[in-house]
Design a protein around this ligand. Structure first.
Ligand SMILES: [Zn+2]
Length: 103
């Protein structure tokens, strides 16, 4: 029993359609995921993780630190904390006291 050429062609095109659909679904999923990530970033970027107030960047010793004007929380990026730790001890102590509003 042999398949007709029409039947073979039909199967072939169905297979192509399935492949194309699969690719489109995957593409759609990837686009939705990155869109969702972008929306989350826009919603949270530079907002205090504790109270949600927009944080303000402050420059201290050439290090940019993000401070919440409401709850006074401080946020350090990875490299900012590292830079702070590289400052010599006395200057660092003064700086940390200044950042946290201590005397
Ligand atoms: Zn806050």
């Amino acid at each position: 029993m042999s398949e007709s050429i029409e039947s073979k062609l039909e199967n072939y095109f169905q297979m192509l359609d399935r492949q194309k659909l699969k690719e489109l679904r995957e593409q759609h999923l990837q686009e939705s995921a990155s869109k969702e990530k972008e929306e989350l970033k826009n919603l949270h970027y530079m907002h205090c993780p504790k109270c949600g107030t927009k944080m303000e960047p402050i420059m201290m010793h050439n290090i940019e630190i993000d401070k919440c004007p409401d709850c006074l929380g401080i946020y350090f990026d990875n490299s900012e904390l590292e830079q702070l730790l590289e400052i010599e001890f006395d200057k660092r102590r003064t700086l940390v006291r200044k950042i946290f509003g201590l005397k």
